[in-house]
Ligand binder design. Structure first.
Ligand code: HEM
Length: 560
């Protein structure tokens, strides 16, 4: 256990240091008056240091004991007293080992291509436990109790009516910060409200419209390279579209959110994120005891080196943007422009709400990750579904041809794409890029008939909700875009059955950005190419933070 792993222990260390100093001065005073000295080192110093070490050790032990034993034990009792059952947790690990083992077992095999019943593969532990204990049970992620929430009335309370009682826990922060950064996505309370207020204007619909030509430009560059490859082959080519879309969406987020002067450093950040993702995957395959991540193992050392390089590249982006020429400074309303303006302000906010250089770096890191990862996955799964369903591929192409008549996509016409919208919704339902959500009670709160103690987390399995036959019908695992023929607002179906972007005040801030980008790219793809699934494709969806195809998405591509 490292001292920095536990902020409270770190604080007590510094208090103790101060205390040692004062104690040593008092004892020194007594020692000098009584003439007690041993080889130049006063007895007082030795006495004070050993007393301080003892007190420090007791204090830290008590805090660790409270954090890892007493608090979880109190939570177990409070939840059990209300009749909540669940799998038996192990000391410190909770049910992590069962989760990791069942997931690894399922991933040994590939699925049939065209089989969209992926819940039992992605969340096998949930299927097993919900069959055994019913809809509401409790399992443990380390020392954090997690209660699945799928009922719409409960979801309404967590995400809307009582959302202020919920936030992100320190365990979630520790798990995700490696990739996602400690930005808006992990903030709580007034800190979250302040950050959201600064960031939201960058995603205003009018701002997004200005970004469409930039997205068209980035997509054209990708398609030019595809055309060049196609010229050298006999009319068709095989390509891993997952890799292609990852590159494209990273170019788009750098250009639209950070400015063109950041391009090279932006590329570097994405390479580093890719390496960090490999490490994160490796971390998730193992079972970790608290503090293990601070041991100097080769994996931990590599993670720390990459983290440092990442901080360096992000700082370079911020410096470059600060010095940037007119091209960038005219776009002060993009994401980085807004963040820089905020951090350059003379702050009237309390230290807690301060938006300084550190916050700026972390926020940029969040946007680098979430700004491209989820959108390239939406595009990847959508192309797979269209390749498997030529009827819908043709319907979508016909609509695109009718609306744009072969021209580049324009912002004002994008909302005329009804069929394309239905296809994206159905793709987000079957393959939600963010398959689960977590909401931790920041104080005691009543939810439905449950008294939820502070520290309890609701685990919202978006994937399970989206595949639930009681909500979506017996054909819930089939690709049927016609389900979304009514607009979502008019649909009689409960809004909380479809949560790809979450809902309530913490709904994805980049939702419209992502859908605008995805539409522009899909329009340009359908105008130019036809898609078939390659015989090399292995259907093996896997989930770490996001839901992705384990072995990429090789596709056969042909000119229209
Ligand atoms: C298909 C694409 C996307 C999907 C499916 C998606 C999904 C989500 C979900 C489910 C959440 C809630 C997470 C939670 O509360 O734990 C979320 C939050 C967030 N998303 Fe997205 N997202 C997408 C694209 C984007 C893009 C393009 C950006 C930015 C450019 C973005 C930025 C964010 C941020 C900053 C949050 C945190 C919001 C807050 O807590 O106030 N997302 N997203």
């Amino acid at each position: 256990m490292h001292i920095s792993d536990h902020p409270a222990a770190a604080a007590s260390f510094f208090k103790m240091f101060d205390f040692t100093h004062k104690l040593s001065m008092i004892i020194d005073h007594i020692a000098i008056h009584n003439n007690i000295r041993t080889r130049g080192v006063t007895v007082s110093v030795l006495l004070a240091v050993s007393t301080a070490i003892l007190i420090l050790a007791c204090n830290a032990t008590f805090k660790l004991l409270r954090y890892y034993c007493l608090q979880p034990w109190a939570l177990v009792r409070a939840l059990q007293a209300q009749g909540l059952k669940g799998p038996v947790p192990r000391f410190l690990l909770g049910n992590i080992s069962q989760i990791v083992e069942t997931r690894n077992e399922m991933e040994v095999y590939d699925m049939e291509i065209g089989d969209h019943n992926i819940l039992s593969r992605i969340c096998p532990y949930y299927c097993q436990w919900s069959a055994e204990y019913g809809k509401t049970f409790v399992f443990w992620w380390g020392t954090e109790p997690r209660i699945p929430a799928t009922d719409s009335e409960i979801l309404k309370e967590i995400l809307f009516t009582k959302s202020e009682y919920f936030g992100k826990s320190s365990i979630q922060l520790k798990g995700g910060v490696l990739l996602l950064g400690n930005g808006l996505i992990f903030a709580n309370g007034t800190d979250w409200a302040k950050r959201r207020q600064i960031i939201a204007p960058a995603f205003h619909i009018e701002k997004l419209k200005e970004m469409v030509p930039l997205i068209v430009n980035c997509t054209s560059q990708m398609l030019r390279t595809w055309d060049q490859v196609l010229k050298t082959t006999e009319g068709s080519v095989e390509m891993d579209v997952c890799e292609q879309f990852a590159g494209l969406t990273s170019d788009v987020i750098v250009q639209t959110a950070f400015g063109s002067c950041c391009f090279n450093n932006g590329k570097k950040v994405f390479q580093l994120l890719k390496s960090l993702e490999r490490i994160y995957t490796e971390y998730n395959r193992r079972i970790w005891l608290p503090g293990c991540r601070f041991l100097p193992t080769p994996l931990n050392r590599e993670a720390s080196r990459l983290q440092q390089e990442m901080q360096g590249s992000l700082k370079a982006i911020i410096e470059a943007r600060n010095k940037c020429d007119n091209e960038c400074s005219s776009r002060t309303n993009d994401l980085l422009g807004l963040l820089l303006a905020e951090s350059n302000k003379n702050h009237i906010y309390s230290t807690e709400q301060k938006f300084g250089a550190k916050e700026l770096v972390e926020e940029c890191r969040t946007f680098f990750f979430v700004g491209h990862e989820t959108t390239y996955l939406l595009l990847t799964w959508t192309i797979m579904l269209l390749a498997l369903h030529p009827y819908w591929q043709e319907q979508a192409r016909a609509e695109v041809m009718e609306v744009f008549k072969g021209r580049d996509p324009q912002a004002d016409l994008l909302n005329k794409l009804k069929i394309v919208g239905m296809i994206f919704n159905e793709s987000l339902r079957l393959y939600p890029p963010a398959p689960t959500l977590l909401r931790t009670a920041l104080s005691d709160v009543q939810v439905g008939s449950l008294h939820v103690p502070k520290g309890t987390t609701f685990w919202i399995p978006i994937l399970a909700i989206h595949h639930d036959p009681t909500l979506w019908g017996a054909d819930a695992n089939e690709f049927k875009p016609e389900r979304f023929s009514e607009s979502l607002g008019n649909s009689s179906r409960h809004l909380l059955s479809f949560l790809p972007f979450s809902s309530g005040p913490r709904i994805c801030v980049g939702q419209t950005f992502a859908l605008t980008e995805a539409k522009v790219v899909l329009v340009m793809l359908l105008q130019n190419y036809k898609f078939w699934v390659s015989p090399k494709y292995r259907h093996a969806p896997t989930s770490m933070i996001t839901l992705k195809p384990k072995y990429g998405m090789p596709m056969i591509i042909e000119k229209v």
